[in-house]
Design a protein around this ligand. Structure first.
Ligand code: C2O
Ligand code: CU
Length: 430
């Protein structure tokens, strides 16, 4: 019984919440046969001693010998077939496709959607790359340990017909991770340079795979936020002196125009010494201050937005809280938190509020949700669709989703330490 609570995830990693008796069976929900073009990958998890570019060595757990693992790049509509091999990770390994709405049995949740793959064995994931954008993958067995050990990588879905919104002429991924005591960008402890010519429009895909929020500044050029969690924003405006806070697990795609003279530097105080440098001109002046980016009124609304007309069938309220030793939802932890139960076709409203402690990036599997309101105020700009929402103390968000992906789905804080301390529950279909 893969939906019971006996998954090894209990052993010090992210404990799994309960999935209810009588709920749909997840293992039978697979990717239907399809004639979509097949893209095959093999990822082998193994213990590896990594030598970093600053000379340090780290005992890491890697995919294909590197951390981050290989960037998987596919095209919208492709059928992705990934075989995970576990060479020698004793507790077993899985892969979760963060932000991608896969059928339940392919979601990679040890103890819920599958058993962790033991050393010497393998498991093949199959799913369709439905929505273009910036995603990532990571182990979901004892996640708080295995992600920080290095079992993660970027997954980019390119749009089928040319460019996503904005007219980027080149693009690059910057995946930030905490590996042991080192903060890395694309595996480097020195920073990352993106060659670009003056006037070029660079789409920069920022991925925060760590546990803490990272605040990025862009020096040397105005920029736009093209997408959040892979989903394009509608008519994003030009920003200057704006700090972009990226919660754990979130992705932001920025569009940056390289100036005629001078380069652009994207950097975060939480990744000191790890700047991303675009172009090759003179060093720009560093902006010490700036206002925080807010999606409340960024971009423009869609005409005749159907979501705003939808009538909700169910409403749930979740309060994220913490004491010194536990992290909770509605005052409870793990299995004690009753699952939210929906049925296929429901329009669901979830009110999430953060009652304190640090930042809690609220992550939902299997679905994309729409942010309708923050602190009671309706969003004025572009629709915002996310899989991970950064919540700070005292904030309340109203989220909307369509229950269109039957199964058993985890919800947890993407500070994976918090998840392993109780901030983990389920969204189940009846
Ligand atoms: Cu990226 Cu359940 O997480
Ligand atoms: Cu948290």
């Amino acid at each position: 019984n893969m939906t019971d609570m006996d998954g090894k995830e209990h052993m010090g990693g992210m404990g799994n919440p309960s999935s209810e008796e009588g709920a749909v069976s997840c293992s039978s929900i697979t990717t239907p046969e399809s004639s979509a073009p097949i893209r095959k990958f093999d990822l082998t998890a193994a213990r590896t001693t990594l030598k970093l570019d600053n000379g340090k060595t780290v005992d890491a757990w890697t995919f294909n010998g590197i951390s981050p693992g290989p960037e998987l790049r596919v095209t919208e509509g492709d059928q992705i077939v990934v075989t995970l091999h576990n060479k020698d990770i004793e507790d077993g390994v899985t892969i979760h496709w963060h932000g991608i709405t896969v059928p339940c049995s392919q979601d990679g949740i040890a103890g819920v959607t599958q058993d962790a793959v033991p050393p010497g064995e393998q498991f093949t994931y199959t799913f369709i790359a439905t929505t273009p954008g910036t995603y990532w993958y990571h182990s979901h067995q004892m996640s708080s340990i295995q992600v920080s050990k290095g079992l993660l990588g970027a997954l980019i879905i390119e749009p089928k017909n040319g460019s996503e919104s904005g007219t980027s002429t080149s693009e690059a991924t910057a995946l930030y991770q905490q590996l042991g005591s080192s903060m890395l960008v694309n595996g480097s402890e020195r920073g990352w340079t993106i060659p670009a010519k003056p006037g070029e429009q660079v789409r920069l895909r920022l991925i925060n795979s760590g546990n803490e929020t990272m605040e990025f500044g862009v020096d040397g050029a105005p920029f736009r936020v093209l997408a959040m969690d892979g989903h394009d924003l509608h008519e994003p405006g030009l920003l200057e002196r704006t700090i972009v806070p990226i919660g754990a697990g979130q992705r932001y795609d920025l569009l940056i125009q390289v100036p005629g003279a001078g380069k652009v530097v994207v950097s975060s105080p939480s990744a000191k010494g790890l700047p991303i440098t675009i172009g090759s001109g003179n060093q720009p002046q560093h902006n010490e201050d700036g206002q925080l980016f807010s999606f409340l009124d960024y971009g423009t609304p869609l005409p005749d937005d159907p979501v705003l007309q939808a009538k909700p069938d169910r409403h749930f309220e979740l309060k994220l809280g913490q004491t010194l030793f536990t992290k909770s939802i509605n005052g409870k932890s793990f299995h004690d938190i009753p699952p939210m139960t929906v049925k296929e076709g429901d329009h669901v409203i979830i009110t999430v509020s953060s009652e304190g402690g640090g930042d809690h990036p609220f992550h939902l599997h299997g679905h994309v949700f729409r942010v309708l309101r923050k602190n009671g105020e309706a969003l004025q700009g572009s629709p915002v669709y996310l899989d991970t929402l950064l919540t700070k103390k005292g904030e309340t968000y109203e989220l909307y989703l369509e229950a269109d992906n039957p199964g058993l789905w985890m919800i947890h804080c993407h500070n994976l330490k918090h998840a392993s301390m109780g901030m983990s529950m389920m969204l189940n279909y009846e």
